[in-house]
Every structure is written in C-alpha cells, then in structure tokens.
Design a protein around this ligand. Structure first.
Ligand SMILES: C[S@@+](CC[C@H](N)C(=O)[O-])C[C@H]1O[C@@H](n2cnc3c(N)ncnc32)[C@H](O)[C@@H]1O
Length: 271
C-alpha cells in the first residue's frame, strides 16, 4: 500500500458502511448506494476520468498504488485484499473500483445537430445494450433512447461492454409519447425489422442521412405493435444466409454504419 497517499486506516470489515454502499452500487440498488454507480478496473476508471465523470470515492486494494491520474479531490478508501475481492464482480480483480455520479440527460441531449438516434426498445441483454452504446458513439450517433423495460445502461455488464462510451453518449429514458414527439420535430422513425416483407426497404436504399431515430427491438419478441405503428419507414439488413435475424446490437451497428456512410457522402456533396 502506498501509505504516503493516505493516512487513513485499511478497511478490514465486510460490514463497514462504505463497503455496503459499494456492494449496493455493484448490484444496481440505487436507493442503497445513494444513486451512485460502481465501476471496476483501470480501463473504466481511465475512461471515466477522461470523460469528465464526477468521481465520489475510489476503493483501492492495499496491494496497489493509487494511479496518479486520480484527482486529489476524490476520497480514497484503502481495503484489505480479501475485502476488495469479496465486493467486486470480476474473477481476477485489478484492485481498483470507484463510485461515480451517473449523468442524467434529458431528451434535448439527443436532438443536437442532425439527430441520429438509436432507440433501444426493450433490450434485456446488458451486453447488447453496452455494445450498442459503443457502436453509437463510434458512428457519431447523437444518443440513445431507452424505452421502459430496457436494461439499465449502468448495469455492470452494460458498462463493461460499452467500454466507456456510456460516459460520453447520452442515454435517455423515453416514453412512447417522447418517441412520437420526435416525428413532430422532423425526425423520421425507422423501424429495423428482420424480415423482408411488404413495405420493408433494404437499409442502403433508405435515406438515413436525414434526422433519424432507428428502432431496435427486443432480443426475443422484436418491436411491439405500438412502436411499429410509429414508424415512417421499415428498414432491413438483407441477409443472404439462412438466419432468421441478426443479434440486436449487430443490427444496430450495421444500420449506424450505413447511416454514417450516407451522412459522410452527403456532406461531401454539399461541400
Ligand atoms: C434478435 S432480433 C429479434 C428477432 C425477433 N424474433 C423478431 O421477430 O423481430 C432483435 C432486433 O434486431 C433488429 N434486427 C435483427 N435482424 C435484423 C435485420 N436483418 N435487419 C434489420 N434489423 C434487424 C430488429 O430491430 C429486431 O427487433
């Protein structure tokens, strides 16, 4: 332990109140964690710091040094190795975790510029949501709307799959009314559907360079009738193979790639 970093004692008890708070944050129990979110490991910590997240507390195993990148203003608590290992989720913990204040975004946050929005409509696999958020950032989406029933973007698996993109890409909880309000703001609603049926167009023939919200459906049941009824267009990624559908995050990524290509081409034409 780098005693020069902190004069505070090492926490050795599992029933310590701060350990309970960290455990609650890892379990997604917002009421018990005081609304704070837990992150674990050097990569996510570095991503959080470079993204300007507000860190409240660093929990560090006594076997490690405190990284120099941690601002002096952040509270640091040292933990006995076994206490650290018992509270975090990974099998081979890196010995560092943190509690941070998750940013809360409003609908306006995703409406900047020429909106390219992904609507995560009932995604339940946190790995899929995290991957979708990572692709959304990669392809320049303005943000993600998540409908009721979608897993939290701050779930531990979602956080890890997003590889830090969740710190920089707004994820906003949205109702059906919010989604229908997009139409009145000139944003077309493109429902992503797996089957090539009547009125469904292949993604490369749809105009995704205009303000667009792409609806991605639940892993098992796809898009609900209510959401399909909102759609202005139905787009599909043609699959010559014999699969019935693509994974939700892969479908979102391919559609975002197509939208990014079209936007790049249309800005070249305008220049
Ligand atoms: C695993 S699929 C759901 C499959 C579900 N059985 C269904 O009937 O839609 C999850 C979501 O990914 C999107 N998706 C999957 N394959 C697609 C494809 N080939 N083209 C466009 N979107 C697709 C759709 O939004 C779909 O709701």
């Amino acid at each position: 332990m780098a005693f020069s970093e902190s004069a505070s004692a090492v926490i050795t008890s599992r029933s310590n109140a701060r350990i309970k708070q960290l455990r609650a944050a890892f379990a997604g129990q917002a009421r018990l964690s005081g609304g704070l979110v837990a992150i674990e490991g050097d990569n996510l910590l570095n991503e959080a710091l470079r993204s300007g997240m507000v860190l409240k507390t660093i929990f560090i195993s006594e076997r490690r040094e405190l990284p120099r990148s941690v601002p002096k203003s952040v509270e640091v608590l040292w933990l006995a190795n076994d206490i650290f290992a018992s509270v975090v989720e990974t099998q081979s913990p890196q010995g560092i975790a943190a509690l941070l204040v998750p940013p809360v975004h409003k609908l306006d946050a995703v409406l900047e510029k020429t909106p390219l929005i992904v609507v995560a409509a009932g995604l339940q696999d946190p790995g899929n949501l995290g991957t979708l958020i990572r692709s959304a950032e990669a392809f320049g989406a303005t943000g993600i709307l998540s409908t009721p029933g979608t897993v939290s973007a701050w779930n531990q698996k979602a956080l890890r799959a997003s590889a830090g993109s969740v710190f920089r890409t707004p994820v906003v909880a949205a109702t059906l009314e919010d989604l229908s309000s997009l139409k009145s703001q000139g944003i077309q609603i493109a429902a992503a559907v797996a089957e090539d049926a009547y009125k469904v167009i292949p993604a490369h023939k749809a105009d995704l360079s205009q303000p667009t919200a792409i609806l991605i459906g639940n892993e098992g049941s796809g898009l609900s009738d209510e959401l399909l009824a909102l759609a202005d267009i139905f787009v599909t990624i043609p699959c010559p193979g014999r699969v019935e559908s693509l994974n939700a995050a892969i479908a979102a990524s391919l559609l975002l790639y197509e939208a990014a290509q079209q936007r790049a081409a249309s800005s070249k034409t305008k220049a």
